[in-house]
Design a protein around this ligand. Structure first.
Ligand SMILES: Cc1cc2nc3c(=O)[nH]c(=O)nc-3n(C[C@H](O)[C@H](O)[C@H](O)COP(=O)(O)OP(=O)(O)OC[C@H]3O[C@@H](n4cnc5c(N)ncnc54)[C@H](O)[C@@H]3O)c2cc1C
Length: 372
């Protein structure tokens, strides 16, 4: 008997789940709130780690396509102090494919492949244990029932309340994101500063990181400790107001570094929220979570990787045991909780060191994770 399986959310986690299930011949409904794949800019670049995101691509049969598109040179990382002095200039060795970069949009398109995503299907809530299975309620008032509903709907998951009362809390750190386009021709000095990968500058309780995607596109992340309501006096649509607020926050930093903010095209504020380090729940038949919905943690380069591996492993678990979905999900949850708990500890400690009153902590952190 075919089981009715749905995944809520077409991000890296949901698409990995759907793509691996599809590879095993199981139909799955992908329910995505966005009205179309290109409804919003896809975001910057992601590094896929060996043993995490790359393993998920392998399980999806997409490793060769990933290798063809990804940028191993994007692993390069330069660290400066606030005066602009280069403290570290790390470059990958030839053949190093530990964490190659790929644009989020390219990754999404690879995962989408033959999948038939239902766009514009925002889910409002999920009710397990009804007579016909798990009921999914949609924003347009419709309802549908499934045997298994997987919440891969990110930080503000609407599926999460069906299994857990826990909600994300603010870390005390906010990121403001801006971008530079066509950097090699329009801002050659900044292009040199950033190099093939990224440049990071660490000061007291703040940092600036610029990271190259393909096509000369760069994302700049200004990160700082602040109360949640820091920008209530700034109109978020007023680009110049946002720019001067940020320039004031980073006052005194070297001019070439501040040019990353001076040339930014728009500013988006993202207060960093997280779930508790060991977020688990009592198993609920017919519903589970993966990715940020299950274990939202500081964005230090593993969230998408974990979401993808969660998705791929859950799909394999379901494909191996379709007659007992509950057993398949329980086995997956135990494995996910252990792995996510470990990474949540690492990234929580990492955020403390990277946005620290003592900037040498950030350098020590880098030397630990990227020994030369
Ligand atoms: C600035 C920044 C940089 C990052 N860099 C990295 C990195 O380099 N490497 C890395 O591994 N991770 C990185 N991360 C973390 C990574 O982006 C997330 O962990 C990852 O995207 C989580 O994937 P997901 O599939 O669980 O959720 P998401 O990517 O959030 O996808 C959720 C999907 O669900 C959809 N959705 C939401 N609500 C509903 C609803 N109610 N109904 C239907 N659909 C819904 C959304 O539209 C979205 O498509 C970064 C994060 C940030 C903020």
């Amino acid at each position: 008997m075919r089981r009715r399986i749905a995944v809520v959310g077409g991000g890296p986690g949901g698409l990995s789940f759907a793509r691996v299930l599809h590879r095993h011949g199981h139909p799955v409904a992908v329910l995505e709130r966005d009205p179309a794949p290109d409804a919003r800019p896809p975001g910057g670049t992601l590094d896929l780690h060996e043993g995490l995101g790359q393993l998920a691509m392998d399980k999806a049969g997409l490793l060769a396509e990933f290798e063809a598109l990804s940028r191993p040179e994007g692993q390069a990382m330069r660290i400066l102090d606030t005066a602009g002095t280069v403290l570290r200039d790390w470059r990958p060795r030839p053949g190093d494919r530990a964490n190659p970069e790929i644009d989020r949009g390219q990754l999404r398109d690879l995962l989408l492949g033959p999948l038939d995503v239902q766009w514009g299907r925002g889910v409002t809530r999920v009710v397990p244990g009804t007579r016909d299975g798990v009921r999914v309620h949609f924003a347009d008032g419709r309802q549908e029932a499934f045997d298994l509903v997987v919440g891969a709907d990110g930080a503000r998951s609407r599926v999460r309340p069906a299994v857990s009362p826990v909600t994300p809390h603010y870390t005390g750190v906010t990121t403001v994101e801006t971008s530079l386009d066509d950097v090699d021709t329009r801002h050659p000095d900044l292009a040199r500063l950033i190099g093939d990968g990224s440049v990071a500058v660490y000061g007291v309780n703040r940092s600036l990181v610029a990271q190259r995607s393909s096509g000369g596109h760069v994302k700049v992340y200004a990160r700082f400790r602040t109360p949640l309501d820091w920008h209530t006096n700034t109109d978020p649509t007023d680009v110049e107001a946002a720019r001067s607020t940020l320039l004031a926050l980073f006052d005194g930093w070297a001019a070439p570094v501040l040019d990353l903010l001076r040339h930014g095209t728009a500013f988006v504020s993202r207060p960093l929220h997280v779930l508790p380090v060991s977020h688990t729940w009592t198993h609920v038949p017919g519903v589970t979570l993966l990715g940020d919905a299950a274990h939202l943690m500081p964005p230090l380069g593993v969230g998408a990787n974990l979401a993808m591996l969660d998705g791929a492993e859950l799909a394999e678990s379901v494909a191996a045991c379709p007659e007992d979905l509950d057993e398949a999900v329980r086995a997956f949850e135990e494995r996910m909780w252990t792995r996510a708990g470990r990474w949540a500890e690492i990234t929580t400690a990492g955020l403390e060191r990277l946005v620290s009153p003592d900037p040498t902590e950030a350098l020590a952190h880098f030397d630990q994770v990227q020994p030369s």
